[in-house]
Design a protein around this ligand. Structure first.
Ligand SMILES: Nc1ncnc2c1ncn2[C@@H]1O[C@H](COP(=O)(O)OP(=O)(O)OP(=O)(O)O)[C@@H](O)[C@H]1O
Ligand SMILES: [Mg+2]
Length: 241
C-alpha cells in the first residue's frame, strides 16, 4: 500500500535520507524506530509531500510520484488524500468541537454534505471511544482525547494508509495507554499504518514489523518479536538498551 524506493534527501548539503526503500503492505502496521535526528520525520514528511525528496519514488495506493521530476499540485493532493498524517501535537482546530474537527476535511476537501460528514464523524469518534465528547472543543479535552480526535479526523478521510509521527510522545505517560489502545485496535482491524515512535510499548503492541533508522538509512527490518528479542544492528541494541 506504501512503497518508497531509493529515496534520498539533503538539507543544506547534508544527507538526511540515504537511499531509503521500504514497503508497507495492505493492513500491515510497520513501526519505524530510530535515534533523534535519524530522519524519521523527514521520511514521513516526504511520503506526504510536506518535503521534496531529491530523488526516489513514492507510491501510496494507486498514486506514484517520481521525486526526481517536478511534482504537480494535483498529484501531491492525490497522494495526501491516500496517506493521512497524524502529528505529535494534534493540530486540532481550537474553535471547533470534536465532531466538527472530524467532519471538516470530508466537507471542505471531499465536498461531502455536512449532515453525512457529521453522521460519519460520530461513527469515527465512537471508534476511538469519544462519542460522548463530540461537542467538546479541544481545550475541554485531555491530551490523549485530543490525539484520539486527531486519529478520528485522519480516518474520516478514508485514506489508504495512516502516517503517524510520535502520536504519544506529547502525552503524559498516564495518557499514552488510551492512544496505544486505539492504535492497537486499528492495527488489529487491518488499518495500514506507518508509525514513528520512541515508545517501545506502543511498538511492541501495534507493530507487525519494525524498521530501524540510523543516520538516514534503514539499518534493520524484521518481525517485531525477532527485532526486540534479537536485535541485529548496534543502533537497534542502543535503542532497546
Ligand atoms: N527543514 C529542515 N532544514 C534543515 N535541516 C533539517 C530540516 N528538517 C530536519 N532537518 C535535519 O534533518 C535531520 C533529520 O531530522 P528528522 O526530524 O527527520 O529526525 P527524526 O528522526 O524525526 O528525529 P526525532 O526523533 O528527534 O523526531 C536532522 O539532522 C535535522 O536537523
Ligand atoms: Mg521526528
Amino acid at each position: 500500500m506504501i512503497a518508497v524506493e531509493h529515496l534520498s534527501k539533503h538539507f543544506n548539503g547534508q544527507p538526511v535520507l540515504r537511499d531509503v526503500s521500504l514497503h508497507v503492505a495492505k493492513s500491515e502496521c510497520v513501526v519505524l524506530l530510530g535515534a533523534s535526528g535519524s530522519g524519521k520525520s523527514t521520511l514521513l514528511r516526504c511520503i506526504n509531500q510536506l518535503e521534496s525528496p531529491d530523488v526516489g519514488r513514492i507510491t501510496v495506493g494507486d498514486v506514484t510520484v517520481d521525486c526526481s521530476r517536478p511534482v504537480g499540485r494535483e498529484v501531491q493532493r492525490q497522494l495526501r488524500l491516500r496517506a493521512a498524517m497524524v502529528f505529535q501535537h494534534f493540530n486540532l482546530f481550537p474553535h471547533l468541537d470534536a465532531l466538527r474537527n472530524v467532519a471538516a476535511a470530508p466537507v471542505h476537501v471531499r465536498g461531502m454534505p455536512r449532515p453525512q460528514a457529521e453522521a460519519e464523524a460520530m461513527e469515527w469518534l465512537r471508534r476511538v471511544g469519544l462519542a460522548g465528547h463530540a461537542h467538546h472543543v479541544p481545550s475541554q479535552l485531555s491530551g490523549g482525547q485530543q490525539q484520539r480526535v486527531a486519529i478520528a479526523r485522519a480516518l474520516a478521510m478514508r485514506p489508504d494508509a495512516l502516517l503517524l509521527d510520535e502520536p504519544t510522545s506529547a502525552l503524559d505517560p498516564a495518557l499514552r495507554g488510551e492512544v496505544t489502545d486505539v492504535l492497537r485496535a486499528l492495527a488489529e482491524d487491518g488499518t495500514t499504518m506507518l508509525l514513528v515512535t520512541h515508545d517501545l510499548r506502543l511498538a511492541r503492541d501495534a507493530a507487525d514489523r519494525l524498521l530501524v533508522m540510523c543516520a538516514g538509512e534503514i539499518v534493520e527490518s524484521g518481525a517485531t518479536d525477532r527485532v526486540l528479542r534479537q536485535p541485529a544492528h548496534a543502533a537497534t541494541r542502543a535503542l532497546l538498551a
